[in-house]
Design a binder for this molecule. Structure first.
Ligand code: IPM
Ligand code: MG
Length: 356
């Protein structure tokens, strides 16, 4: 097969981790006889420096025309003072919105080899952590009206959070369908005791639940979810939630896998076009040191193979290679433990590629 991949390496450690994911993808192409063509587009702070905007119209077009998009990370202290309309993160939100990437899948799976790195050691030993967060990605407070006005002599800032029934229903369907392919349990996370958007969310999910009687459905409040993820994460199979709750809970859940550097994600549209990115940020403190953990990005590339290209065997091969490298004790600094071998970002990428 021939596929066009638009690469948005971004800022900080973005270019380093994306280079390793590409190394792995190139190896997949070689072994399985595919051809991947890459188009590199600047996004985030590096685009602001060059063009004055976090992504150009041409860059956005290259994303639209691709078979899939691979993203590193955007942002950094250098651009923290930028006005909201040209912040690096603005480009990321614009790509999500423009490409209709409403469904963000964030699998939280603890490789047994990394049980020692998870803060929940006993739990990890007991039966594993394997849950999937389905985060709504193009609605809610991220995209509502934002204003700052002077009222009664002081500044008042407002962010509007709104959800329509159809937005809730389409993410709900993704979650129920995903649960059907897994252990058939779905927890819908909301704040229905306080928020109107959550009450509509819950009503809509209940309506869908009737269509999926095989799925064990439950409602859970977001604050309780934050606690349950630490107390007993193995109770969860699929979690579905709105945009901001999903942002927060997925960072929390990522630590269960040993390090935020391990967690991949797929942002999907109603077609096959998707954007694949690790959930961590640009980590400016370690940028350029060849120290970052590239595995979240490598595992995101595996999700690209699986979801956008329908290449299940290839995706399995990448995931197995990651497992094998970890089994042999190779670790970047963030997952380092006694008796293991510490490796750089590029060495980790090479080790994975060699084993495909
Ligand atoms: C994420 C990130 C982004 C988000 C930021 C960089 C805008 O935290 O993908 O989780 O909040 O969605
Ligand atoms: Mg986040």
């Amino acid at each position: 097969m021939e596929k066009k991949i638009t690469v948005l390496a971004g800022d900080g450690i973005g270019p380093e981790i994306v280079a390793e994911a590409r190394r792995v993808l190139d190896r997949v192409a070689e072994v399985f006889g595919h051809r991947f063509d890459y188009t590199y587009v600047d996004i985030g702070g590096c685009a602001i420096d060059k063009y004055g905007v976090p992504i150009t119209d041409g860059g956005m077009d290259a994303c639209r025309r691709a078979d899939s998009v691979l993203l590193g990370a955007v942002g950094g202290p250098k651009w923290d003072g930028c006005p909201p309309s040209v912040r690096p993160e603005k480009a990321l939100l614009a790509v999500r919105k423009e490409l209709g990437l409403f469904a963000n899948l964030r699998p939280t799976k603890l490789f047994p080899q990394l049980a020692g790195s998870s803060p929940l050691r006993d739990e990890a030993a007991e039966g594993g952590i394997d849950l999937l967060i389905v985060r709504e990605l193009t609605g809610g407070v991220y995209f509502g009206e934002k204003t700052t006005k002077t009222v009664g002599g002081e500044l008042v800032a407002t962010d509007v959070m709104s959800y329509s029934e159809h937005e809730i229903e389409r993410i709900g369907r993704v979650a129920f369908e995903t649960a059907m392919k897994r252990r058939r349990r779905l927890a819908s996370v909301d704040k229905a005791n306080v928020l109107e958007t959550s009450r509509l969310w819950r009503r809509t999910m209940h309506r869908l639940a009737e269509e999926y009687p095989e799925v064990g459905y439950s409602d859970i409040l977001v604050d309780n979810t934050a606690m349950q993820l630490i107390k007993n994460p193995s109770q969860f199979d699929v979690i579905v939630t709105e945009n901001m709750f999903g942002d927060i809970l997925s960072d929390e859940a990522s630590m269960l896998t040993g390090s935020i550097g391990m967690m991949p994600s797929a942002s999907l549209s109603s077609g096959t076009l998707g954007m694949y990115e690790p959930i961590h940020g640009s980590a400016p403190d370690i940028a350029g040191l060849d120290a970052a953990n590239p595995l979240g990005t490598v595992l995101s590339a595996a999700m690209m193979l699986r979801y956008s290209f329908g290449m299940a065997a290839e995706a399995d091969a990448v995931e197995a290679a990651v497992g094998s490298v970890l089994l042999d004790g190779y670790r970047t600094f963030d997952i380092m433990s006694d008796g293991c071998t510490r490796v750089s970002c590029s060495r980790m990428g090479s080790l994975v590629a060699e084993r495909i």
